[in-house]
Design a protein around this ligand. Structure first.
Ligand code: FNR
Length: 338
């Protein structure tokens, strides 16, 4: 197995080792004011929406994880089937490996084959050449392309990148890629200044991928001889990252540490057009079965419709107007960063 495939397999093992389903995070410190008499009813049609021009059943999706290794192939095939059955978006893990190891294509393509008409989002790193990224988009018939910014992860990674001059390549990618581009982090959060900088370069979609869930400093540190555990606290909590990002009036995706349908709902109330979930879904499948994950996602769709009814909403159009209030530690951080 190549070093890149082996790394993905190690990430999968460690993502499971460190997974804590109930870990507290910034979503716990955000609250929403609820009308006691909402005059609504639970309606699955209320959460239906579109994603990159295709209809989806709910505004949450499976965010980038796997591809490029044997275990990834099995996982992507199952995730593709589930995305198809639940009519939800699916982002695949970084396909930059295909530039050097094209034989790994099948481990990504299985998801598209299992979900021929649904939303598939490809993912590459920020230094992938535009022609290579476009080839990946074409081969996967991707509806959008995520580009991940992951400096903390790279530094924590023993074999990681050490040169972060990425902007010129990002500008070239923006000019040449034919599908919408989403700039995302990998669990340390996008800051407002970076979003503004990239917005000024013409980028439109941003997934904050904040801290509170999967911690790649922790995962990489377990693969590293040196102790870099101090990097684990560098993340910007998802709720704060989303609030700052919202000020830039960009197309926003909220992700990082989403554990349940209430976190999804809060992500939408923070201005997310979609909410992304990675490890919670992966572990539901890995620690149980694909059938378990399928049922869980169907439950989440019903429960999200239930939350809309509780909060007096008939559809997804007005969620940012719901009154939000915060526990003091979070409020303090928000004030310091505003
Ligand atoms: C990831 N993530 C990720 N992100 C990315 O942009 N490209 C990738 O290849 C991967 N690979 C990957 C593998 C595994 C096993 C996990 C768990 C995660 C990061 C992911 O998309 C997300 O940003 C973070 O995991 C935070 O979300 P959760 O896990 O807290 O919901």
């Amino acid at each position: 197995m190549s070093i890149r495939s082996k790394r993905k397999e190690e990430h999968l093992v460690l993502a499971q080792t460190f997974f804590q389903s109930e870990k507290a995070n910034s979503f716990d410190q955000l609250h929403l004011l609820r009308p006691a008499l909402p005059e609504t009813k639970v309606d699955l049609a209320a959460i239906k929406t579109t994603m990159f021009g295709k209809e989806i059943n709910a505004p949450f999706f499976i965010n980038a994880m796997t591809g490029g290794s044997p275990k990834s192939l099995t996982i992507n095939k199952e995730l593709g089937k589930i995305a198809n059955q639940t009519k939800m978006g699916l982002a695949l893990g970084s396909a930059s490996i295909l530039v050097k190891e094209h034989a790994q294509l099948d481990s990504f393509l299985v998801a598209r084959e299992a979900n021929p008409d649904g939303v598939i989002i490809a993912n590459v790193n920020a230094k992938t050449a535009p022609k290579d990224a476009q080839k990946i988009v074409d081969e996967l018939q991707a509806d959008a392309l995520q580009i991940h910014l992951n400096t903390v992860q790279e530094i924590a990674m023993p074999e990681g990148e050490r040169d972060f001059h990425w902007l010129d390549n990002l500008k070239n990618l923006r000019q040449e890629i034919t599908v919408p581009i989403i700039i995302k982090e990998v669990g340390f959060g996008l800051d407002q200044a970076t979003i503004r900088l990239l917005k000024n370069e013409g980028f439109e979609w941003f997934d904050v991928a904040g801290s509170g869930g999967t911690n790649f400093a922790q995962i990489e540190n377990a693969r590293n001889q040196n102790d870099l555990s101090y990097l684990e606290d560098l993340g910007l909590p998802t709720v704060i990252a989303a609030m700052m990002a919202q000020k830039e009036e960009v197309n926003l995706i909220v992700s990082g540490g989403v554990r349940n349908p209430l976190d999804v709902f809060k992500g939408l109330c923070l201005g997310g057009q979609y909410v992304g979930i990675s490890n919670v879904f992966l572990q539901a499948m890995e620690q149980n079965s694909p059938e378990f994950l399928l049922q869980m996602i169907q439950n989440w769709q019903h429960e999200l419709a239930g939350l809309l009814a509780i909060y007096g909403q008939k559809d997804l159009t007005n969620l940012t107007s719901i009154k939000q209030y915060f526990d003091l530690p979070l409020q303090d951080l928000i004030m310091q960063l505003s």
